[in-house]
Ligand binder design. Structure first.
Ligand code: RIB
Ligand code: CA
Length: 311
């Protein structure tokens, strides 16, 4: 069976790192490129984090490029309360010689898509700045994107404000460009990802695998659990970003609902909210498949399968 070709666009980020672990090991996926964006931390830190994780995964032959360092319009916001000063606090990484690709991440997205047969999906798990800028810089790519499977938004509660989820709130104008692009979108919002809670039992289950990547998983989740409990009072952190990779590997794990999704760009209290027409009351054409539920057992089984594939 042909591999699913993906571009990971991310802001590592504890949960972004787990998404990379899954995408780099599962045999059904081929990572064509990893592009990094400012989000959880500044770009310099998210790039360093991406290279550190890729080094532990022994990820070879995949270009990793730095993209946009700031949102398109608004002032920059970061999530250091959740991901720490480095953006990936917790694990200690060994020195390595993995270098970033010299190309700009936006150019790498454009080049990868234009060289493709229209069979490459983009999996954004951070703010959508890189993807939106690529669409604006070279509109030819819009018809070349197979689909966008993104972590972001919500049709209920936000996290960074009562109304908005971080990835969208960090660059609402970029999100508007992407959601209005006409590209097929699958949205893993907080409504779905908050069901994927990385409990102590899950951490121990993955730690028992006993390889270098499962140890990194444990080190990441120990820190992530602490900050998520401090900020939100969660007894176990939601593992947001890996849901995008799991969907591409096995979409049958998830239930989605077609919805019209618009991004609020003006509200004093709702700026960055994904306004999701759950009941279809606007009668407007849906522009996204929004995930509502998943089979948790099968998700954890898939994560364990991916982690076991490392030596
Ligand atoms: O709101 C959760 C999202 O924001 C996740 O992608 C997390 O990594 C942060 O980027
Ligand atoms: Ca992220």
């Amino acid at each position: 069976m042909a591999k699913e070709k993906v571009i990971l666009d991310m802001d590592p980020g504890h949960d972004d790192a787990v998404a990379m672990m899954m995408a780099a090991s599962h045999p059904s996926l081929e990572i064509k490129a990893i592009t990094v964006v400012a989000g959880n931390q500044t770009l310099e830190k998210t790039v360093r984090n991406a290279l550190n994780v890729a080094s532990v995964l022994n990820l070879k032959g995949v270009p990793i490029a730095a993209g946009m360092s700031r949102p398109m319009v608004r002032e920059q916001v970061i999530a250091d309360d959740i991901h720490g000063e480095t953006g990936l606090d917790g694990p200690v990484f060994e020195e390595h010689d993995l270098q970033r690709d010299p190309r700009h991440g936006v150019d790498l997205i454009i080049e990868t898509l234009l060289a493709s047969d229209g069979d490459v999906s983009i999996l954004p798990t951070g703010p959508l700045t890189n993807v939106a800028m690529a669409m604006r810089k070279d509109p030819r790519i819009v018809s070349k994107i197979k689909r966008i499977v993104l972590m972001g938004g919500s049709y209920q509660l936000g996290n960074v404000t009562p109304a908005a989820e971080f990835n969208i709130y960090a660059d609402p104008e970029a999100a508007h460009v992407v959601f209005s692009s006409g590209v097929p979108i699958v949205m893993m919002g907080l409504d779905l990802t908050r069901q994927v809670r990385c409990t102590r039992q899950v951490i121990d289950r993955m730690g028992a695998i006993g390889n270098r990547v499962s140890k990194l998983f444990v080190d990441l989740m120990e820190f992530f659990s602490k900050t998520q409990e401090e900020v939100f009072g969660w007894d176990a952190p939601p593992l947001h970003d890996p849901t995008t990779v799991a969907y591409v590997i096995d979409p049958s794990i998830f239930v989605t609902k077609p919805m019209r999704v618009d991004v609020e760009l003006r509200g004093d209290h709702t700026y960055g909210r994904t306004c999701c027409d759950y009941f279809g009351v606007t009668k407007r054409e849906p522009n996204a498949e929004v995930a509502t539920t998943l089979d948790l057992d099968r998700f954890w089984d898939l994560l364990e399968d991916c982690l076991r594939r490392y030596s």
